[in-house]
Design a protein around this ligand. Structure first.
Ligand code: GLU
Length: 483
């Protein structure tokens, strides 16, 4: 028998190699995305440019999804890189390619998506609304009334999935899916009459409603659905998903999530159409006259001009000679006593009035207790501007008594109106006050402020690139959900 030295040699090499490979695969952390993220020191988050997700506000990143993602990046101790894309297809494509770690883009957890994606914990539930333009079409209030209409939705969206499900029972229901459009664009198409109806998430609808006073809800489809962050379905993502659970549990328990939801989604739903409509008119006819002055004073006092503009609109509707029967006057409606205290000689001089108001606001802001963080500090200072620091402090004491957090506007806001009831105000230091007024006051200013912000964003928004499907490679042309 011939000796078989080669086998021995092979074994001598192969065995240690196998051992090394096994040890390496055991230690190899390439299958743990969370660990990779920590090592890289940065987390890459896909998002969409929308009122409810991510946008730039005077050069600073902002938006609900941005704030949540920033909190998560801080939680795991890494930097945050937001990657905005146009349309949902790009989100799923890039996740699959590993170009990002997860997507924070107002995504709905759906049955179809579960096949390719895993989701973090849901942070919010929304309704899916069919909407139409009442100026251009007859009332729609049922699925039957949508049949034969030009319905447009984003391709790969939960809305397209919803329509497919409805089509089982309503075979004549038809719609068009666009891969290169964002919610912004669909709303514009509905306003122009290029489509008759679309589907939007309720949070986006309310965030944009002020700009489209003719839009109406035809119907709300099914039960509220959960939104969550999405990752590609891969065991390597499991530690990351678990860490998201820890993070969301923390912000749920410490109230941060509720605060963010309140900050981004609460006001527009409550605001009346009429006040919004008047505001939009005044933005066209009066604001241009006073904007330069407001900007100038805002620079002097290191304020956001839109914030000062929102206050002066609430005070005087931007009328320099405004007077009220109670004796307050001018752009910022200062009382005689406040004007004296602030050194304002002529309350009807718009620059003097704006300067006085800005100085007063900053003075109050500095006196808000240090435990109150922005943006709540601003709301507290506004409430004090309206009702005085003493009553505001009383309301904070009541808030604590009633189990709320006196450093959160959303809790103090609930308790301020109690200052009207003897049962409550007799226990306080400064007594009775019309505590519901500062609540409305702050709510209005927040609303005007958001309208001014959104007006700017919409005016200067760079339109998305137009994708011409015919020229795209076949792989890109596939619908994600069709795999
Ligand atoms: N929630 C929607 C989805 O998951 C996207 C947001 C929107 O279209 O407004 O498809």
């Amino acid at each position: 028998m011939r000796p078989r030295p080669n086998i021995l040699k092979i074994l001598l090499i192969a065995i240690p190699l196998t051992v090394v490979a096994v040890v390496f695969s055991y230690w190899d952390d390439s299958d743990n995305r969370l660990q990779n993220i920590r090592e890289a020191g940065v987390i890459r988050v896909l998002t969409r440019n929308a009122a409810t997700t991510f946008y730039e506000n005077q050069g600073t990143p902002a938006g609900f999804e941005y704030q949540l993602a920033k909190g998560f990046a801080d939680h795991i101790g890494v930097k945050l890189k937001m990657i905005p894309v146009v349309g949902l297809e790009q989100i799923f494509y890039k996740l699959e390619q590993g170009d990002a770690d997860f997507a924070a883009a107002g995504l709905t957890i759906t049955e179809q998506r579960h096949k390719r994606m895993v989701f973090g914990p849901s942070y919010m539930k929304i309704k899916q609304l069919f909407i139409y333009n009442r100026r251009l079409t007859q009332t729609m209030n049922s699925i039957e009334s949508l049949i034969g209409k030009r319905i447009g939705v984003m391709a790969n969206s939960s809305h397209a999935e919803l329509l497919s499900a409805l089509q089982q029972n309503y075979p004549k229901l038809e719609w068009k899916e666009s891969r290169d459009l964002e919610t912004f664009d669909l709303l514009e198409q509905l306003a122009d009459g290029q489509i008759d109806a679309t589907v939007v998430d309720s949070n986006e609808f309310y965030a944009n409603r002020a700009f489209y006073p003719d839009f109406r809800i035809a119907l709300s489809a099914g039960k509220p659905v959960p939104l969550a962050w999405a990752m590609f379905r891969d065991p390597a993502n499991e530690p990351l998903r678990q860490e998201m659970e820890v993070y969301f549990k923390t912000i749920q328990e410490n109230g941060k999530l509720a605060r963010l939801i309140d900050r981004y989604f609460s006001f527009s739903e409550r605001q009346s159409f009429l006040s919004t409509h008047t505001f939009m008119l005044r933005m066209e006819d009066r604001l241009p006259e006073v904007k330069g002055m407001i900007e100038q004073v805002a620079i002097e006092y290191d304020m956001d001009w839109r914030f000062l503009a929102a206050i002066s609109y609430q005070e005087s509707h931007w009328e320099a000679t405004a007077k009220s029967p109670t004796g307050v006057r001018g752009m910022m409606m200062l009382t005689r006593a406040t004007a004296e205290e602030l050194g304002v000689e002529d309350r009807l001089d718009p620059m003097e009035s704006l300067r006085g108001g800005a100085r007063y606001f900053k003075k109050l802001l500095a006196r808000i207790p240090s435990g109150v963080e922005q943006p709540d500090r601003g709301w507290f200072a506004l409430a004090a501007y309206n009702i005085g620091l003493g009553h505001l402090e009383d309301a904070r004491v009541l808030t604590e008594k009633n189990g709320g957090n006196p450093d959160l506007w959303k809790d103090v806001r609930e308790n301020l109106p109690l200052l009207r009831q003897a049962k409550w105000y007799k226990t306080t230091k400064y007594g009775f006050a019309r505590g519901d007024e500062p609540v409305r006051y702050v709510q209005n200013i927040r609303h005007y402020y958001s309208l001014l912000t959104w007006d700017e964003l919409n005016r200067y928004r760079i339109p998305p690139p137009k994708i011409v499907s015919d020229y795209l490679p076949e792989a890109l042309n596939r619908s994600f959900l069709a795999f």
